[in-house]
Design a binder for this molecule. Structure first.
Ligand code: ZN
Length: 279
């Protein structure tokens, strides 16, 4: 769909399952289960949502999904099916990896940054988008390289360290930035130290990719957050701010792991899904 001068495509890749406790933290199961039924292992359906934007002659990729390096063990643990990754989805849009100018992941967890690198046919690691600049908060990178004991299994260094090996594919940010005209990154923290929200603007119109600040539609309630969040109070604060702006200015929101219709608007606190964006 078009949003002013921006051409947007949403790719819902990597259908998988996430533990209900991980997704909804201290929210009682009797409440969240009405919206997201759990299977007998307490897992709920999830996806990885990637946004492709063409604006001002540039191609921007936001979020890269799980990618093709995942171990058999992890694939089983998260019941990852439909392994169509971002590259195949891009191919359907007629976009070659070399044509991508800017890559953003909201943070460096394995289910967002997995597609930044891939294994080629010989098994060697390579950067997926060889000509792109990759925009990452410095605080996220530092934490991902030296995570605390709780966050260790969420970061896989093969996902991102090749970006900094021998070529300068990464641009490190310290806080909010406008990386290209109309392409804004807001440092929100909370879920991880360097979590960021991407905001694309065309005149009065805007689209925000929330990352795990808003994982699925039940997380549209400010105090419903993931147990994986490092700083829940900061998450609440940033969510409230984002919802306020989104409702007031009718921003299109893209939620990180909603498997059905992950894009939509907030109207008087209600979620109005935007089906035109899902390809
Ligand atoms: Zn995630």
């Amino acid at each position: 769909m078009r949003l002013g001068d921006i051409e947007l495509h949403l790719l819902v890749t990597d259908h998988w399952k996430a533990d209900g406790g991980l997704m909804f933290g201290v929210v009682p199961k009797i409440l969240w289960e009405k919206q997201k039924p759990a299977d007998r292992n307490n897992m709920v359906d999830a996806s990885c949502v990637c946004l492709i934007a063409r604006m001002n002659g540039r191609v921007i990729v936001c979020e890269t999904g799980i990618g093709n390096k995942i171990s058999e063990k992890r694939a089983q643990q998260f019941a990852i099916r439909e392994p169509e990754d971002l590259l195949h989805a891009l191919q359907r849009l007629g976009i070659r990896p070399e044509e991508v100018d800017a890559v953003v992941t909201t943070h460096l967890h394995w289910d967002h940054a997995g597609g930044l690198t891939r294994r080629n046919q010989l098994g060697a690691l390579q950067v997926t988008f060889p000509k792109a600049r990759h925009f990452i908060q410095r605080s996220e990178w530092d934490f991902a390289v030296h995570p605390d004991v709780r966050s260790k299994s969420s970061y896989l260094i093969d996902d991102f360290t090749p970006l900094a090996d021998g070529h300068d594919a990464v641009e490190f940010l310290t806080g909010d930035a406008e990386i290209l005209p109309g392409v804004h990154l807001r440092h929100v923290g909370g879920h991880t130290p360097g979590s960021q929200v991407l905001i694309l603007r065309s005149g009065e119109l805007a689209c925000a990719v929330t990352g795990d600040l808003v994982c699925q539609t039940p997380h549209l309630r400010v105090p419903w957050n993931m147990s994986a969040d490092l700083e829940p109070l900061r998450v609440f604060e940033q969510k409230a701010r984002l919802f306020d702006e989104a409702e007031k200015h009718r921003w299109l929101l893209v939620l990180s792991h909603e498997p059905d219709l992950p894009a939509g608007y907030l109207e008087e606190g209600r979620w109005i899904a935007e089906p035109r964006l899902t390809t």
